[in-house]
Design a protein around this ligand. Structure first.
Ligand SMILES: [Fe+2]
Ligand SMILES: [Fe+2]
Length: 172
């Protein structure tokens, strides 16, 4: 089975995008840790690991298709944030960028009648719905609970609880 050069490039770009997401969540986790948001730190360290597994899925897929994956250099992410809310807003923006890239690959797969890649991407399409909803729900909490110190502490506790809960696999 072969994938087109256009699809190969898009999938390699996705490897870079997932690696960037992993690195960016690692930086967010580290900022949370030094700022005193322990829940946020647990949450974003876990997010960072998750993004690495996404990256590996694409690497394995490319290799399985006989198109050796290119392992990219990763741009340094921002290392400090104005607030926990600002950080989560940035996370949502990252996810929206990833969703666009996934949808673009689905378009290519459909145009090229590349059924293998189309089926491979289905998991990512579902995953992105979950990812965007997760961060949108978190951002709503600031409107619902507030932005004072006690409210942010509550949100941090929520992040801790969420980090401890097992994540549902969108493919199941
Ligand atoms: Fe991802
Ligand atoms: Fe993600």
């Amino acid at each position: 089975m072969k994938i087109s050069p256009k699809m190969k490039k898009a999938l390699n770009d996705q490897v870079a995008l997932e690696a960037l997401a992993s690195n960016s969540y690692l930086a967010m986790a580290s900022w949370c840790e030094v700022t005193g948001y322990q829940g946020g730190a647990d949450y974003f360290y876990a997010q960072s690991d998750e993004e690495r597994t996404h990256m590996l899925k694409v690497v394995h897929y490319l290799n399985d298709m006989g198109s050796a994956a290119g392992i990219p250099a990763i741009k340094a992410p921002a290392s400090s944030y104005k607030s926990l809310e600002g950080l989560i807003k940035t996370a949502l923006k990252n996810e929206q960028t990833v969703t666009k890239a996934i949808h673009n690959m689905v378009d290519i797969a459909q145009k090229e009648k590349d059924h293998s890649t189309y089926a491979f991407l289905e998991w990512f399409v579902n995953e992105q719905v979950q990812e965007e909803t997760k961060f949108e729900t978190l951002l709503q909490k600031f409107d619902l609970i507030g932005r004072d110190k006690l409210a942010i502490n509550e949100i941090d506790k929520f992040l801790a609880a969420d980090a401890a809960a097992p994540e549902a696999d969108p493919a199941v």
